[in-house]
Design a binder for this molecule. Sequence first.
Ligand SMILES: [Zn+2]
Ligand SMILES: [Zn+2]
Length: 243
Amino acid sequence: MKIDFLGTSHGVPSKERYCQSVLFTARGNGYLIDAGAPVMDLLIRRSYDLEKLKAVFITHMHTDHTDGLFRLLSLADWYYKKMSYDLYLPEQKGIDCIMEVMKYHDPAFAADRLRFHRMQEGLVFENDDIRVSAFPTGHIGFVRPAYGYLLESEGKRVYLSGDLDAERVDYPEFLDEEETDVLIVECAHFPAARLLERLKTCKAKRVMVIHAGPDDELEKLRKAAGDFPFPLLLPNDGDCFDV
Ligand SMILES: [Zn+2]
Ligand SMILES: [Zn+2]
C-alpha cells in the first residue's frame, strides 16, 4: 500500500498545507479518504490516471474534509467520462445536499458511474485491492456521524482516525491491542499532550500526525517524537510513504 498526503491541514489551510485529503494506492488503484484539498486539481497536476480512482470515503461533512468533492464529482460527470468510482458519505443529508448541487449543474448527472453510498459502521467496502471498515468517532458529539477508517491490503493495515472527540482522543481501542502498520491521527481538537498520553499504549509500527496545530503544539509533537518505540512523523503536503 502507498500513502500520498494531498492535504495535511486542519480546518484552516496554510501557505504550505491544504485541508485534509489522503490518497491510498492498493494494487495500483486509488482510494481517497477526505477531499478537503482541491483533489481533482492536484491529481491532474501530477498526471494521475483518473480511471484508477475506485472509491472515496469521507470521514464527516465538515468543509475541511469535503470542499474538494464538488470538482471531483463535477469534472468526472461532464468531462472525464471514463471515471467511475464509489463515494461513501457519512449521512443522507450530505448525500442529498451534494446531489442537489450536482443536479443543478447537470440534471442528467451520471449517478451510474459516480455512485453515492451512505456510510455505515463496520465493513463498508471490499474488492481484490482493499478492505475498508468504518469506526464511529464522537467528533460532533454523536449528534451527526463521523468515522475513522481501517484499510487492509496485501497483509498491511492502516488506520486513519478522522476528527476525534476533544476529551477522549477516541480512536478505537484495538489499536492498543493489535499491531497496525500505520496510525494516521489528528491533533487539532485537543492539546498535543493529550494525544501523546493516549499514544503511550499504541501498538502501531508508525504514527503519522496530520490535521494538527497550532505551531507550538506541532513543536511539542516534534520534541516528543523520540519518546516512543515507533517513529512519530508529521507529514507535509506532497509526502508519500510505502507501507
Ligand atoms: Zn477537520
Ligand atoms: Zn471536523
